[in-house]
Design a binder for this molecule. Structure first.
Ligand code: NAP
Length: 242
């Protein structure tokens, strides 16, 4: 009983790994991103339709939903930023951009998709992205943690407001090997050092995160809503050395 899923950031590391899984499971996909080449590749690979645009443009969201068509059975918002700086080096523009892309974009994406999600024959599902750095404090993360903290608040508020017709959950990954994280992991020494901070002794792969995203978008998770679930190699909750 697959349906249609709208994926913002469906050409990115986590978004494309999720799109691939969903396609293999028979879902139809509509992908949103900025880069035309990536979108055309997605269209070829997964027979997806797409909308090209920037989530900083509020007009994008309505256009994306119109082009995706009604009904929609799920929405994945897999767009984000990593902007790590000490607080004294964060500008108003940094805070504003991180909030706009991570949190406001997620809210506007859900808002625009609501009528189409309500038309789903089943319980529709929304999946948003937080980060491990919300529930655990990390230096240099003030702007991104603040923006993703807003995503966690949004997840719970919408899960309450949209029940029982629409489920809303968020995934909180730790560092995952995607283009977004490239700046942190292109230095293999640094990647190895960060991997060692995880009880499971490695960084995440897009597939680690996609497995949960696809589950949360599917009816298999039909009794799960209002949750923020860590996929983080144990980093958020465990200390393995005394
Ligand atoms: N990777 C990690 O370590 C990590 C850790 C914690 C949380 N997360 C979260 O996981 C989610 C997915 O991240 P990822 O690592 O898969 O990122 P990614 O590989 O950089 O992919 C981002 C996707 O979003 C699109 N995108 C970026 N900016 C956009 C904009 N302004 N307007 C429209 N589309 C835009 C990109 O395509 P275009 O460039 O063509 O637009 C791409 O499809 C994000 O919310 C991120 O914050 C990731």
């Amino acid at each position: 009983m697959a349906g249609k899923i709208l994926i913002y950031g469906g050409t990115g590391g986590i978004g494309s790994a999720t799109a691939r899984l969903l396609y293999e499971r028979g879902y139809r996909l509509h992908i949103v991103a900025r880069n035309a080449d990536g979108l055309q590749e997605a269209a070829r690979e997964w027979n997806a339709t797409f909308t090209q645009g920037d989530v900083n443009d509020p007009a994008l969201f309505q256009r994306a939903v119109e082009e995706a068509g009604t009904p929609l059975d799920g929405l994945l918002y897999a767009v984000g930023t990593i902007n790590l700086r000490p607080i004294h080096r964060l500008s108003v523009e940094d805070f504003t951009r991180d909030f706009a892309v991570n949190a406001l974009g997620a809210a506007l994406a859900v808002q625009a998709a609501l009528p189409a999600l309500r038309q789903s024959e089943h319980t529709a599902s929304v999946v948003l992205f937080s980060t491990v750095a919300v529930r655990q404090g990390f230096a240099l993360h003030a702007s991104i943690s603040m923006a993703k903290g807003a995503v966690e608040g949004l997840t719970l508020a919408l899960a309450a407001e949209l029940a029982p017709k629409i489920r809303v959950n968020a995934i909180a990954p730790s560092l995952t090997r995607t283009p977004l994280a490239q700046g942190l992991i292109s230095n293999e020494q640094m990647a190895t050092a960060i991997a060692a901070m995880h009880p499971l002794q490695r960084l995440g792969t897009p597939e680690d995160i996609a497995a949960l995203a696809a589950f949360l978008l599917s009816p298999e998770s039909d009794w799960i809503t209002g949750q923020v679930i860590g996929v983080d190699g144990g980093r958020s909750t465990l200390r393995v050395k005394a």
